[in-house]
Ligand binder design. Structure first.
Ligand code: SAH
Ligand code: MG
Length: 203
């Protein structure tokens, strides 16, 4: 198990797969344990790294995770099997914006896919949030470039950072959801429904 995780970290490094940072996993792990999270939905599996680590937080956790890239999807399946977690982690090979999860509700939704599409993901998947649940979005600082845009060198990155800034504003101005931003890892946004009595403390 430990070996598989180390191998995944090496694979991610060698193949430029942007896996979650350790501090972010520590935060999510704690949240899962403290709040008895059972059902998790992840948008953006990559090679299964964050899904496996979230599943490690508790034996009660069941994860549905969506990945549209075939090579990564296959790599994720391989890693999840190697950790014997295939009964608890279901990987869906599709574009998250095309997936139909009718009827399912989740305690934790982790948005970690194409950074330019975060508003679309949020708008779609908020409908799958259980009462008392939260939506966590990763990479809302984007390597510090959100706060230091003068460091941006390419036009593509500038456009991406603009999208992330737009998403942060969308969350801050949202009438339905409250969002707190944390400088943990690459930046986490934690959103929960306003007036949701069950939404537990996250600090
Ligand atoms: N959560 C992973 C990292 C995900 S990287 C971890 O921390 O270990 C982001 C992944 O999202 C990429 O593999 C990319 O292929 C996938 N992705 C991007 N947009 C997507 C979409 N619309 N639907 C499904 N997957 C998407
Ligand atoms: Mg990420």
């Amino acid at each position: 198990m430990k070996d598989v995780i180390q191998d995944m970290e090496r694979y991610a490094e060698a193949n430029n797969v942007p896996i979650i940072e350790r501090d972010s996993i520590i935060f999510i792990d704690k949240y899962i344990k403290l709040n008895g999270v059972k059902k998790v939905l992840e948008i953006g599996t990559a090679i299964g790294y964050s899904a496996i680590l979230m599943a490690c937080a508790s034996k009660d956790v069941e994860i549905t995770t969506i990945e549209r890239d075939e090579k990564r999807y296959k790599e994720a399946l391989k890693n999840i099997r190697a950790c014997e977690m295939d009964k608890r982690i279901d990987v869906v090979f599709d574009d998250a914006l095309d997936v139909n999860l009718a009827g399912y509700k989740y305690d934790l939704i982790f948005i970690d896919a194409a950074k330019g599409q975060n508003i679309k993901f949020f708008e779609k998947f908020k409908n799958y949030l259980n009462e008392g649940g939260i939506i966590i979005t990763d990479n809302v600082n984007f390597h510090g470039l959100v706060k230091n845009p003068e460091r941006i060198e390419s036009k593509n990155v500038r456009q991406l950072v603009d999208k992330i800034i737009e998403y942060r504003e969308y969350l801050s101005d949202n009438d339905e959801y409250v969002t707190k931003f944390y400088d943990i890892g690459d930046g986490l946004a934690i959103s929960f429904k306003k007036n949701d009595e069950k939404a537990k403390s996250i600090d």
